[in-house]
Design a protein around this ligand. Structure first.
Ligand code: DC
Length: 227
């Protein structure tokens, strides 16, 4: 049997990574891993325990004590557990979204997360989504995608997702929140959001989800054919 490659999908918030990564995983029969969910679960814990987001030591201790588990469900959906409590919905709270990049900038917290993520991918056959997958977590992945889209489109998509849950946010406010998050994610000292040198950059603004998925699956098939 041919080996199953790992696939790294990075990009900024709202670029469509989760939708695309889930569908790619489903089509290939691979495991989908959302690394942002791990940072979100630890952020939820920090908010609950009122740890200050400039207290790097406190955040590191908190991350060390957090047992985050991702469990694959139907349709490649993931259930997220924090110390055995299911937090799949709770980690999508706007308060978590506003603070998560402040936790994700802490170098020692990232180190812990990256180690856990590397371990999850040792057997291959993983579609891993995040910000530093191609650069830091899986630098040897044979298929690396950096998915992006215009700010307007990204804000529109995030608003739609939130509206489906009853949270109504204005376009301008959403764009400002996304720009702020991008700034923190791209300017942090450790593993900032950036495409790997060998990543294929796909702008999803004008492509359908199906088209982007087909492009990525074709890349995987080409790689398998060549090896
Ligand atoms: O993809 P998301 O919106 O759920 O990610 C939440 C935050 O976590 C985002 O601000 C960036 C951070 N993150 C990260 O720094 N590295 C990753 N591999 C995944 C997410």
């Amino acid at each position: 049997m041919k080996s199953r490659p790992n696939i790294a999908i990075d990009g900024p918030a709202g670029a469509g990574k989760s939708t695309v990564a889930k569908l790619v995983a489903k089509e290939l029969g691979f495991l989908y891993i959302d690394t942002g969910a791990m940072y979100r679960a630890v952020t939820l814990k920090a908010l609950r325990e009122e740890v200050n987001f400039s207290d790097y030591n406190g955040l590191d201790q908190l991350a060390a004590a957090a047992r985050v588990k991702l469990v694959a469900g139907a349709d490649a959906d993931l259930k997220v557990f924090l110390n055995n409590e299911e937090v799949t919905e709770a980690i999508r709270d706007p308060e978590v979204s506003r603070n998560v990049s402040l936790l994700a900038r802490v170098p020692s917290v990232r180190k812990r997360m990256v180690e856990l993520q590397k371990a999850m991918a040792v057997g291959g056959g993983v579609v891993m989504e995040g910000r530093d997958i191609g650069t830091a977590v899986l630098p040897d992945a044979p298929v690396k995608i950096f998915l992006t889209a215009s700010i307007e489109e990204r804000a529109r998509r995030r608003r739609e997702e939130l509206a489906a849950k009853g949270d109504i946010i204005g376009q301008r406010q959403m764009e400002e929140e996304i720009i702020l998050r991008d700034q923190v994610d791209t300017s942090r000292e450790k593993d900032p959001l950036a495409p790997a040198r060998d990543a294929e950059i796909i702008d999803s603004t004008c492509h359908s989800v199906e088209h982007v998925v087909a492009m990525i699956v074709a890349r995987v098939k080409t790689w398998r054919y060549k090896t």
